[in-house]
Write a protein that binds this ligand. Structure first.
Ligand SMILES: [Fe+2]
Length: 279
């Protein structure tokens, strides 16, 4: 065989191997829940912070150009940490926002308003909690040139909302949808049927590659996607009837913090501070 013929056959072989492996990768990619994330804009700051006691995630988002900052689901005991991050980075906290009235920790919004005057608290109107600004479904929360869209996702509590940032392809789902799980539905006006409908109509209809950031994770995971939860969520991939049956038979213990956290969160976390000041 001439050198030329050998070279050309070899090149054809490599080419066909490459296209075969590409086809395999593409097939594999299509058959799995893997999706291509939308990269963050250069002027978008994202920080995920953690409270190891209640396994709560607090999210700091900011416009890097004009420094306007928001916090989602801050925790009272970590308000000083959040303040330090904000001041060190030269940011300005505009809003401290909750996804719902939490039962497992006291919100940091009240304390942050004291630590960083000028910041305003936000929660959904249907939450039943106090705040400076009440949110309704469809509202936009603006910080710098960025914004979050408010989705109504009740079921864990009556007033749960999720926040979506379409430009960055991310959503903050609170306790409505957790990674491979969901929040319990047996307190605070919860309803398994309502939660199922919320997740299927509001979150599972988002683009498959949107990254989902929950309010908690108890196994060290930090993020998921719409595609992953649609494929692997052990509860929400079931039928409505099966889901309701699962949720109504979890036999979970009474929430440890609920009697302390809910009254405090009804008044934006200030209950605890007022109480402490009296002593
Ligand atoms: Fe919750």
């Amino acid at each position: 065989m001439s050198n030329f013929l050998f070279k050309s056959l070899f090149q054809q072989h490599v080419k066909s191997m490459f296209s075969k492996s590409n086809a395999i990768i593409m097939r594999h990619y299509k058959d799995t829940a893997l999706t291509e994330p939308i990269p963050f804009s250069k002027d978008f700051l994202f920080r995920q912070m953690f409270d190891p006691v209640s396994c709560t995630y607090t999210y700091l988002l900011a416009d890097i150009n004009d420094k306007t900052t928001i916090l989602i689901d801050p925790v009272m005991e970590w308000a000083e940490r959040d303040k330090t991050v904000i001041l060190e980075l030269g940011l300005m906290l505009k809003y401290a926002i909750n996804t719902h009235m939490h039962a497992d920790h006291i919100t940091g919004t009240g304390r942050l308003k004291c630590l960083l005057p000028g910041c305003q608290s936000m929660i959904s109107r249907s939450s039943g909690a106090k705040a400076d600004i009440f949110l309704n479904p469809g509202d936009k929360i603006c910080f710098g040139r960025h914004n979050l869209r408010v989705l109504s996702t009740p079921g864990h509590t009556e007033g749960c909302v999720s926040y979506v940032c379409d430009e960055q392809g991310i959503a903050f789902t609170g306790d409505a949808l957790l990674i491979r799980g969901c929040g319990r539905t047996d307190f605070q006006g919860g309803s398994a049927e309502v939660l199922y409908k919320s997740v299927h109509s509001q979150i599972f209809t988002l683009p498959l590659n949107y990254r989902l950031y929950p309010a908690h994770d108890y196994s060290g995971r930090t993020v998921t996607t719409v595609a992953e939860e649609k494929a692997f969520n052990p509860r929400l991939t079931k039928s409505l009837n099966e889901f309701v049956h699962i949720m109504n038979n979890l036999n979970l213990p009474y929430p440890k913090m609920i009697d302390k956290a809910v009254p405090a969160n009804k008044v934006c976390g200030l209950y605890e501070i007022q109480d402490a000041q009296k002593q």
